[in-house]
Ligand binder design. Sequence first.
Ligand SMILES: NC(=O)c1ccc[n+]([C@@H]2O[C@H](COP(=O)([O-])OP(=O)(O)OC[C@H]3O[C@@H](n4cnc5c(N)ncnc54)[C@H](O)[C@@H]3O)[C@@H](O)[C@H]2O)c1
Length: 363
Amino acid sequence: MSKITVNIPQHQYEIVTGKNILKSLPAYLNSGFKTNRLFFIIDSKMYKRNTSKVDQVLTSTGNRSVKMLLTATEKNKTYESLIKIHRRMIKSGCGRDCIVVAIGGGITGDVTGFAAATYMRGVRYVQVPTTLLAMVDSSVGGKTGINLDTTKNIIGAFHQPQRVFCDLEFLHTLDKTELICGMGEVAKYAFLTNEKFYDYVYHNFDKILKLNNSILNRVVSESVNFKRNVVEKDEKESGLRKILNLGHTFAHAIESVLNHKIKHGQAVVAGIAMALYLSGELGILNGDKAFKYFRLLEKFKPYINFPELNTNKMYNVMKHDKKNRQNEIRFVLFNDFGNLLLDVKAGKAQVMLAVKKGLEFFA
Ligand SMILES: NC(=O)c1ccc[n+]([C@@H]2O[C@H](COP(=O)([O-])OP(=O)(O)OC[C@H]3O[C@@H](n4cnc5c(N)ncnc54)[C@H](O)[C@@H]3O)[C@@H](O)[C@H]2O)c1
């Protein structure tokens, strides 16, 4: 088991990672809070595959607990879901002292976190991420939100959890595609952290997919620790935190144009490839190591198949990315492991070429 403490101004919380640590959740909820309502929002697909494990938590927390299931799709990451959650919270008698608990992937965590952030001007919540992506990324750092029309995560709030429980056992019921998606965010951390971690992820790629416990523990902990460090320095993304968006400007546009026919983590991998190509176009990337940078991305090729993609539409979506300033697209670009450039502008021709090369890489 590993414990990482996040120190945000006026709020400190722990991220606990390990096998079967869900067992410690009831004791934490029972001892840590004075409240008469624990409101659980639970990913329905995950729940089907882990019913007794999750029910044990609900039973152990007694009749204070209310369970609400959520079907985790991007189409459900909406105001409609938010309203349903809030209505149910009101009906269940949730007061300002209630604790909301998200058990699920990134969609469940983001919607639940936003529901908690906006209910009675903000109530406390706990994250129990059950996908690799949610463990290494979305459950850490307090970004919560929903989509509106075709724009992802455009409505949201920064709201930090009370604690995060990453129980690696959940990964055993996850579909392989979802593991690959989580590996997309892990790959991002491999580029952001340092060459040593990149090599570790590269050499252990297959063992991670086979859910080797100690390797998973290290990969999740290192990724979380990297994100912790960034979030502590820049909670509200006014500067440094933008590096976590490596590949994401491209990725969000891909997801939007393809109407979520490919998953976030897969889009992130393609987005990283495009960001590397764009870094090359602009002379930012360290050319001596270019061969090495794509090695990890090569590992994803068997798992990523793009349907036909309208790249002009993709460019237009990027133009409306919420990270833009003065109507210009701003990219996070890559010089070397652990060395990123923020807010880089690029011409349309260069961007379109990077998109084309990225798509060809996975063709
Ligand atoms: N808040 C942030 O900082 C942040 C960061 C990265 C991504 N995100 C968001 O996270 C979302 C993606 O998260 P995700 O990849 O976890 O997707 P997800 O929540 O859709 O989960 C993926 C799928 O796995 C299922 N599932 C979850 N846990 C399971 C388990 N243990 N066993 C079996 N099935 C399980 C879900 O039902 C779903 O079908 C996106 O909406 C993205 O925008 C947020």
